[in-house]
Design a protein around this ligand. Sequence first.
Ligand code: HEC
Length: 167
Amino acid sequence: MTQIPNSFKQIRWGLIAACCLALGVAAGAPARAASALPDGPGKQLTVQICGKCHSPEQAASLHQTRRAWEATISKMVGMGAQGTDDQLNEILDYLANNFPPPPPAPVNINTATPVELESSLVLLRTEAEAVIQYREKHGNFKSLDDLRKVPGLDFQKIEKEKSRIVF
Ligand code: HEC
């Protein structure tokens, strides 16, 4: 009994696949793939030049610094990607602007360990210890201003990273 619906399904999927194929051919493969990338200057070149060997989406599958994007593009040129310096620079701008590294993680000032405080807020060991001691003595910090009261802590460092600090 299950044979019939199954084969029906197959026919339907076959039809859908044929439709997609026809649409794909009509629209042109690069145009279809391009729609998944954000619009902006350089997109067209990225699709055209970086979509030759793999999908343009794979070309944009990383999130990294401009310098790292530069290295990726050089690597691809080494593999045979072709473009003028101007074209490759435009691609670099596009990728660096649209696929930057992820923003640094937030720091919970009330649960962070001394090592986390040191590494993520670039505090000295003595400053990290002062934060912990103050926290243990007075309870959780409730606002940025509370951190001004920590003896020996350079508040400018806190101010600089305030968008990442959570309570
Ligand atoms: C001549 C063929 C070719 C072209 C053109 C090409 N690539 Fe690649 N790309 C490859 C191959 C082959 C791999 C897989 C490499 C591997 O596994 O080490 C790859 C992998 C990648 C990866 C996956 C991560 C990595 O470093 O392996 C990224 C990102 C990438 N390419 C970006 C780009 C960008 C950006 C462009 C346009 C400037 C581009 N590619 C153009 C051949 C190409």
